[in-house]
Design a protein around this ligand. Structure first.
Ligand code: IYR
Length: 223
């Protein structure tokens, strides 16, 4: 092991067994309250909050520590409007022919349609990009590793941070999403991954009456 490549690991905290269980149960209880929302208030959120949420996302692990993500945070009214218009154009086509009958049936309980008002109402839109490769000073391409896994993990951290702030979000995937690359003028090595409106919930916000799978349905313990 080359000593120059390593530093000692310092754990923030260690718990007794009881404390550990209490901590993990508390975190589960908090995370279990997270919901995806489609009804946002237009109440402003300080830029520093969004900055810190994005810094939290940037603490996620990634293949060969390449950190193959990029976040564009938008509060600008004109840009949000342009994104809404482009997203609605694509979604109109999705709901009128591009999505299968089965897909439309699966979505029926969510009562979604091509209207995406939340893209203008929410005070911030965070557009997450995945970087399939990096371009060095000599214009050489260098592939990143496990890009979907890495960016998915970063988004998980992002959503947890949003929830921790008492805010709500939607992991939105207007499809296709290349309009985001154009509107936001991102380089060719970045492709849109998710579009995430962030804000306070609208006062009258409703969420679908759906349930999470039990532990036995999502896990197997081999002891
Ligand atoms: N992108 C469309 C359709 C949609 C797809 C899935 I999978 C959802 O979980 C919800 C919606 C839309 O945003 O309406």
């Amino acid at each position: 092991m080359n000593k120059e490549n390593f530093i000692p690991y310092t754990l923030a905290k260690t718990f007794s067994e009881e404390e550990m269980l209490a901590q993990v149960q508390l975190f589960y209880t908090q995370m279990n309250l997270r919901r995806s929302l489609r009804h946002f208030s237009d109440r402003k959120i300080a830029k520093e909050v969004i900055e810190t949420i994005i810094k939290t996302a940037g603490t996620a692990p990634s293949g060969a520590h390449k950190q193959p993500w990029f976040f564009v945070a938008i509060s600008n009214t004109e840009i949000k409007k342009a994104i809404r218009e482009a997203a609605e154009e694509e979604e109109y086509r999705n709901y009128h022919g591009r999505m299968s009958e089965e897909w439309l049936n699966d979505l029926a309980i969510f009562e979604t349609d091509w209207h995406k008002e939340f893209l203008e109402t929410a005070p911030w839109l965070i557009v997450v990009f995945r970087r399939a490769y990096e371009i060095d000073e000599r214009q050489q391409k260098h592939l990143n590793y496990y890009v979907n896994e890495s960016v998915g993990l970063a988004v998980g951290f992002l959503l947890a941070a949003i929830h921790q702030a008492g805010l709500v979000a939607l992991t939105h995937t207007p499809s296709p999403m290349n309009f985001l690359q154009k509107i936001l003028q991102r380089p060719e090595n970045e492709k849109p991954f998710l579009l995430i409106p962030v804000g306070y919930p609208a006062e009258d916000a409703l969420v679908p009456n759906i349930f999470r799978k039990d532990l036995a349905e999502i896990a197997l313990f081999l002891e």
